[in-house]
Design a protein around this ligand. Sequence first.
Ligand SMILES: Nc1ncnc2c1ncn2[C@@H]1O[C@H](COP(=O)(O)OP(=O)(O)OP(=O)(O)O)[C@@H](O)[C@H]1O
Ligand SMILES: [Mg+2]
Length: 252
Amino acid sequence: MCSKVQNPVVSISHLSKSYGKINALLDVNLDIYAGEILAIVGDNGAGKSTLIKILAGAVAADSGKIIVGAKEYRYLSPIRAIRLGISTVYQDLALVDCRDVVSNMFLGREPVIAGFFINRKKMEKEAEYVLNNLQINIPSLKTPVGLLSGGQRQGVAVAKAIIQGGNVIIFDEPTAAMGVQESTKVIGLMQKLARDGMAVVVISHNLHHVFEISDRICVLRHGQVSAICQTQDYQPQQIVELIMGVTAKDRY
Ligand SMILES: Nc1ncnc2c1ncn2[C@@H]1O[C@H](COP(=O)(O)OP(=O)(O)OP(=O)(O)O)[C@@H](O)[C@H]1O
Ligand SMILES: [Mg+2]
């Protein structure tokens, strides 16, 4: 759970990004803490994916900074984001379908023997350890990732992030295309990551899931933060109103 005495692992400070006349993000401030699940919600076009892309180093902000540890950054490249421990898990991206589970988990970071031969045994041992630890059930480490279910693919992507040394894991719409059983597994995985001390950030349109798992909710509207709430202090209807920008005057 987040606590005010804890230092944030990542701080977003006065971040703005526009595309032509559209303010995708406008002066966004947000702290991310270890051991908590932070949900980011907002209507279509509210700026959620833009914020995540900036954290993942895929997009540069026009102004503002990202503070990780004691260092300030104006822009994180994808490699720098990963080096700083920030991993983004997209449902269908970043995995190579035709390659197996182990190869995907170590893609580009394969351990080698004698500076040349890929150490497959070491990869398998480590992959098995991480998958077991996360309680992710995969038929076989040799299964091509393209044959896995959506939930299993997410599991592989998370395990890959852990192997890369991530301590902030961002999920962009993780359960959007999933059935109830798969969603439940992915939710359980996010809860376990937070219990293990990771900072978990999840973008979701599913308020039922948001209320089930999050410690805090950040509501984005037209690129601006309209509220950052402790989930337990709010009702779903209040969050809907914040997302829609409903005021007391509109209500009566
Ligand atoms: N590459 C881009 N070029 C131009 N406009 C963009 C680009 N990326 C995002 N935008 C615009 O910025 C705004 C925020 O988009 P963003 O994708 O961050 O929204 P979102 O909250 O993720 O929405 P959704 O829930 O639909 O995924 C939108 O108006 C979008 O059209
Ligand atoms: Mg989006």
